[in-house]
Design a protein around this ligand. Structure first.
Ligand SMILES: O=C(O)CCC(=O)C(=O)O
Length: 304
């Protein structure tokens, strides 16, 4: 048995997870920090429990990333995009490089969600929240499902810088893509001993490897779930580009290889990859769905 695994078995005697029954074959330890901190033990517990919650057929590269192509139908996508485009101007918040709406309420500086009702289309048609619940990913979250959604709009050439989602949320994030594809990159922090050729940028005073560790192609209508160590100790972002050249698993040509190549289903996207044609981004709306752990029900105003 590898020494890492022996160490891990010793750590699993920690009282927080005593009695957890695991099989050595179930463990993916190559990308897990095996320090002896309780946080590590907790995140290991989480990884192990997450493993049983979401259908393993959706798992990407054995990591805590789950990809669901065609999570919504084309009709549902069209309906949602129409509802978003029809929404009143005051609901939009303008950031430096894009616009967004917040559904489910604002979060205070101390991390409490002041609950507001979701727009009706989130719960009724399509029933996004219950469908996300059914994936099993939120089974252990405080409200057993998302209670907060950030809806981002990206025009071609707009993206989002690598960032972490922060401690106010339960460590699972489910993101639905509407309208356009995008490439979702996961980044690692540099360890203090790393010597990398690439320059590094900084987050929370820690250096970030600017080379993505994993890239996932998000097709329109897809859902991606990040959890466990991908939530807790990695960053994610989307490059601000107008097109993406994606290569197939077997190709050695120029372009980007994506970890979920085997999960892709969109015929136009597959055809562009086959013919090595860059995929032009169009307007994309993303619904980033999370469970804010602390909530207050003081607010009464309804969603317009
Ligand atoms: O638009 C996306 O897919 C990512 C959005 C995101 O990372 C966020 O809102 O924190």
């Amino acid at each position: 048995m590898p020494s890492d695994l022996l160490r891990l078995r010793r750590q699993l005697r920690h009282p927080d997870i005593a009695g957890v029954d695991i099989d050595a074959d179930d463990l993916t330890i190559d990308h897990c920090s095996l320090s002896s901190t309780p946080q590590c033990i907790c995140s290991l517990t989480y990884m192990l429990s997450q493993r049983d919650m979401v259908n393993p057929g959706h798992r990407v590269l054995g990591r805590d990333i789950f990809y669901f192509p065609n999570f919504l139908t084309k009709e549902e996508e069209e309906y949602l995009v129409r509802k978003i485009r029809e929404s009143p101007q005051p609901l939009w918040k303008r950031l430096g490089n894009r616009r967004l709406q917040i559904w489910g309420g604002d979060i205070t500086a101390k991390g409490t969600l002041i609950v507001q009702p979701f727009p009706p289309f989130v719960n009724n048609f399509p029933d996004i929240i219950s469908r996300i619940r059914e994936t099993g990913a939120f089974q252990h979250s405080p409200h057993q499902g998302p209670n907060h959604i950030i809806m981002n709009e990206y025009l071609p050439g707009q993206g989002i810088m690598p960032h972490e989602d922060g401690p106010q949320y339960h460590p699972v994030v489910a993101t639905i893509s509407l309208g356009s594809h995008a490439v979702f990159n996961y980044y690692e922090y540099q360890s203090e001993t790393d010597t990398v050729a690439e320059p590094a940028s900084c987050g929370h005073g820690k250096s970030i490897n600017t080379q993505p560790m994993v890239s996932v192609l998000l097709e329109p209508r897809s859902l991606i779930i990040s959890s466990g160590e991908m939530y807790a100790s990695h960053l994610h972002g989307i490059d601000a580009v107008e097109e993406d050249l994606i290569i197939s698993n077997s190709s050695s040509g120029e372009g980007m290889a994506v970890a979920n190549f085997g999960h892709l289903q969109d015929e136009e996207i597959l055809a562009s990859i086959k013919t090595q044609t860059p995929l032009k981004r169009t307007v994309r709306y993303s619904l980033t769905c999370r469970d804010v752990e602390r909530v207050s029900r003081l607010a009464t105003k309804s969603h317009r």
